[in-house]
Design a protein around this ligand. Structure first.
Ligand code: TXA
Ligand code: MG
Length: 326
């Protein structure tokens, strides 16, 4: 059974004891642990089933705390931190020598972020230290956007999940690597390269060859258990007809209306989500939709490809990974 927890003091005390805590952020829920306690970090890897080669983001309470975790900090990082924090931007920098190897997976860089959620910020202030937190899902699965999802994902392995309501953004932060005037995007998120370069005053480095290793950017990620197909509207219509002909149970996320693609006598056999053509509303709902659909165990999940525009890049990225099959 789900019990709502909201005590900042209790969550901070658990972190100080080396325990893990579910944490709300504006992007997705995190599985937090004290960033200075190796045993606590180890629990995060074990609970998630995360490969030891995949480093964690350290959440801090304010920009100046960068100095405790990173070194040789370029001006670009300060500009981005001062503009976008608290917010959905993670900045990868050269690590400070004191940062635990288990957090950075042995890399010489560290990922930092100030989350924009009142409970996360209150917890960081109460705890008075960095909180290492990956998304609170089992490795490779859909990130949780409510406290209840965290419990569904991780069950009794996490004794306390701080409930901050549904996440406002719904997909993970944009990650950038800052080195002098070379700023590269390592993971797409709500903050686009256009917004970043407008604030920096110079273009981002866009070549696909990145010297930085992002172990978490596997092709297959954010994946439901049921196979997910990402299809243009014509292919979607054909796939629906073929599924109906083969008596399959299907779940669909589409921009088109159900009546235009499914004969009315079959409508009851299909779990249809009519998506708004607004990337922020879509991102906000995407993981909850996929989770809800997956729970019904359909033969497949069909998703209509979103527009190929900058505002949809992060969503395209997540859907492509969710649909990737080896
Ligand atoms: O919105 C978010 O970023 C959420 C919330 C909880 O803050 N966190 C999140 O963490 O998405 P996670 O661990 O699920 O994804 C972090 C990604 C991984 O792909 C990891 O490989 C990459 O960041 N990463 C972490 N540290 C890195 C580093 N030093 N260099 C390059 N990539 C790094
Ligand atoms: Mg994740």
């Amino acid at each position: 059974m789900y019990t709502e927890h909201t005590s900042i003091q209790h969550a901070a005390a658990l972190l100080a004891m080396g325990k893990v805590v579910g944490i709300p952020t504006e992007t997705v829920y995190g599985l937090g642990a004290c960033a200075r306690t190796p045993e606590a970090i180890q629990k995060v890897y074990t609970i998630k089933g995360r490969p030891a080669t995949n480093p964690l983001i350290i959440h801090i309470s304010h920009s100046a705390a960068i100095l405790e975790w990173a070194t040789n900090i370029p001006n670009s990082a300060w500009i981005l931190a001062n503009h976008f924090w608290p917010g959905p931007l993670t900045i990868v920098l050269e690590r400070h020598s004191s940062v635990l190897d288990v957090v950075t997976a042995g890399q010489n860089t560290v990922a930092l972020r100030v989350p924009n959620h009142p409970l996360a910020l209150a917890l960081l202030q109460e705890f008075k230290g960095g909180i290492a937190a990956p998304s609170a899902n089992r490795s490779g699965r859909i990130s949780p956007t409510t406290a209840m999802h965290v419990q569904e994902e991780l069950g009794d392995a996490v004794e306390y999940i701080l409930d901050g309501g549904p996440c406002q953004i719904g997909i993970e932060s944009t990650i950038v690597h800052c080195r002098e005037s070379e700023v590269r995007i390592l993971r797409y998120g709500q903050i686009t390269h256009k917004e970043l370069s407008a604030v920096l005053g110079f273009p981002l480095t866009m070549d696909s060859h990145t010297p930085i290793h992002v172990p978490g950017s596997h092709h297959s990620h954010y994946a439901p258990v049921s196979p997910l197909f990402l299809l243009e509207s014509k292919a979607l219509s054909e796939k629906i007809s073929s599924c109906i002909a083969h008596n399959k149970n299907i779940s669909i996320i589409s921009f088109s209306e159900q009546g235009s693609l499914v004969p009315s006598q079959y409508a009851h056999r299909i779990n249809w989500i009519q998506a708004a053509l607004d990337p922020q509303i879509y991102a906000n709902n995407l993981y909850a939709w996929l989770r809800e659909m997956d729970n019904q165990n359909p033969d497949c999940i069909l998703v209509e490809t979103p527009p190929i525009t900058l505002a949809w890049v992060a969503i395209q990225d997540r859907l492509q990974r969710a649909s990737y099959r080896k």
